[in-house]
Design a protein around this ligand. Sequence first.
Ligand SMILES: *Cc1c(COP(=O)(O)O)cnc(C)c1O
Length: 406
Amino acid sequence: MQLETPTFVSHLECSMTGKVYEADRVHGLSEAGRPLLVRYDLEELGRSITKTALRERRGHGFWRYREFLPVRRAANVVSLGEVITPLIALDRLGQQRGRLLVKDEGRLPTGSFKARGLALAVAMAKELGLKHLAMPTNGNAGAAMAAYASHAGLRSTVFAPADTPEINLREIAAQGADVYRVNGLINDCGKIVGEGKDKTGWFDLSTLKEPYRIEGKKTMGLELAEQLGWKLPDVIFYPTGGGTGLIGMWKAFQELAEIGWIGGKRPRMVAVQATGCAPIVKAWEDGVEHAPLWENAHTVAAGIRVPVAVGDFLILRAVRESGGFAMALDDDVIMEARDRCAREEGLLLCPEGAATLAAYERSLREGLVKPTDKAVLFNCATGLKYPLPEATASLDRTKPIDYSQF
Ligand SMILES: *Cc1c(COP(=O)(O)O)cnc(C)c1O
């Protein structure tokens, strides 16, 4: 069974100070209050698997990258039927055939790419003997945690801003978590989780406050590289909230380069936000390393309504090292892109995904990317979880039908 293959975790490391932490123990943030990154014996890893062996693996979705993941025992893998998410060419909206691609993460369990991070975090929680998990969420992360925790037999508790879309709150509850609406934003919810740790004994699964969600999100980078024949695209547009996916992909590319599976060329990483909540864009424009809290955050793209991110410096570092940039879009531009893409391409994006399309189009107009660049947009959730424009036409079948109207 392929899932029995070994893993190569050597240690964990503070992303800010480089201080080393022992693997196989429960960890939150580092002593410096920053995310911990999982490190592998890449030499051994590289010797243990070939691209050909990997290609022959069938099924198991992102668990096919077992060697690159931290779970030691196959019995702790938690799976709800993950799939390799498709890359879909937008040839009607793109200017050149096959140059504009959407990686549609809405096909994953619970309908969003949060499944990647939470599958790994829950599997590691199981492996480390944790029983009760808690997190703040804007919707999709809570749903993924609820589903994977229930599947693993763990308890979960979720805190969400009171205006989180109803569908998200209900799917979280339906999948076995205790979910509470909180009169605040995601960072206020995060505070409740942090402050309750000692009193409740729950483990804090907040974005980047434990080391393993990022490893799950890293599989987007591994998967993308494999799908494109180990040749990375020119540019990646990523809807950035806490930034786990952007940081995770950047880590994936580093690891792949170190084992010699890809060359030195890296995609330019573009962090996309909404103008109502754009802390990373502001920090990028100001040329600073940290992004202060964004006041009065608001946007229809709930998944990227994250006023403050613990991994801010990691996002900004990846964007800068890659020669990328950061860009914020207005909600009406985002929703226009969502509606147009659905109508003209038949691909229903979530608002966050639509933000990447709007950012791509603006970047083309401003000459920041070329029509010949191979660009990958991330659609991170199924568009079906979000309110859609009304369909108002109706027909009375008891009256004569005027067929000239169709
Ligand atoms: C969580 C989420 C994001 C942001 O992802 P990060 O990796 O945390 O930045 C974007 N879109 C959707 C739909 C999300 O659920």
